[in-house]
Design a protein around this ligand. Structure first.
Ligand code: GDP
Ligand code: MG
Length: 166
């Protein structure tokens, strides 16, 4: 099985940490200039059964000016071409304005969107239940997947879940 996957989320949720953990083969270098690349392949994860290609989509964020708005349109159109989207946020944290803005944009995307709750190593699992309820009210996510990008907890399960949808 193979597919294209984009990772989105506000700054600091752990997107880069996650990418660095899973990418076994670096096939393209990220641009040093933020948000200048379009649909470039950032990396590829392969094992015996699957090949998952991660796309370096530009950040989606609340637009502050016309250029930002243009950038956001490009980011959203990039998401139209992927097979799945990982929307990452921090486990145990309520949705903030940055999260909510991205979620509104993700509602326009046809591909399944997975809610990835990262940094589970920092919280007690009980703290996730109210957060998951809150997020499910905001959007219909294909699956909710708690992980820790730093210690690798549940990352294999994320791949298995993702693979089911490819
Ligand atoms: P990005 O802005 O979404 O790319 O976030 P980064 O990958 O740069 O991570 C932001 C910060 O969160 C860094 O200090 C990471 O070390 C930390 N971080 C990322 N993932 C985890 C995690 O699973 N657990 C913990 N405790 N910290 C994490
Ligand atoms: Mg980053």
């Amino acid at each position: 099985k193979s597919g294209f996957v984009a990772i989105v989320g506000r700054p600091n949720v752990g997107k880069s940490t996650f990418m660095n953990r899973i990418i076994k083969e670096q096939i393209a270098i990220t641009s040093p200039k933020a948000q200048t690349t379009r649909n470039k392949i950032q990396g590829i994860y392969t094992d015996d059964e699957r090949q998952i290609i991660f796309l370096d989509t530009p950040g989606i964020h609340k637009p502050h000016n016309d250029l930002d708005q243009y950038m956001d349109k490009a980011a959203i159109s990039a998401l139209k071409e992927v097979d799945a989207v990982l929307f990452m946020t921090e486990a145990g944290e309520q949705a903030g304005p940055g999260d909510k803005f991205i979620i509104e944009e993700l509602k326009k995307v046809k591909a399944p969107v997975f809610l990835v709750l990262n940094k589970i190593d920092l919280i007690n699992p009980d703290e996730m239940a109210p957060q998951i309820d809150e997020y499910k009210d905001l959007m219909d996510f294909a699956e909710v997947i708690p992980i820790s990008a730093t210690n690798g907890n549940n990352v294999e399960d994320l791949f298995d879940t993702l693979t089911k949808h490819l």
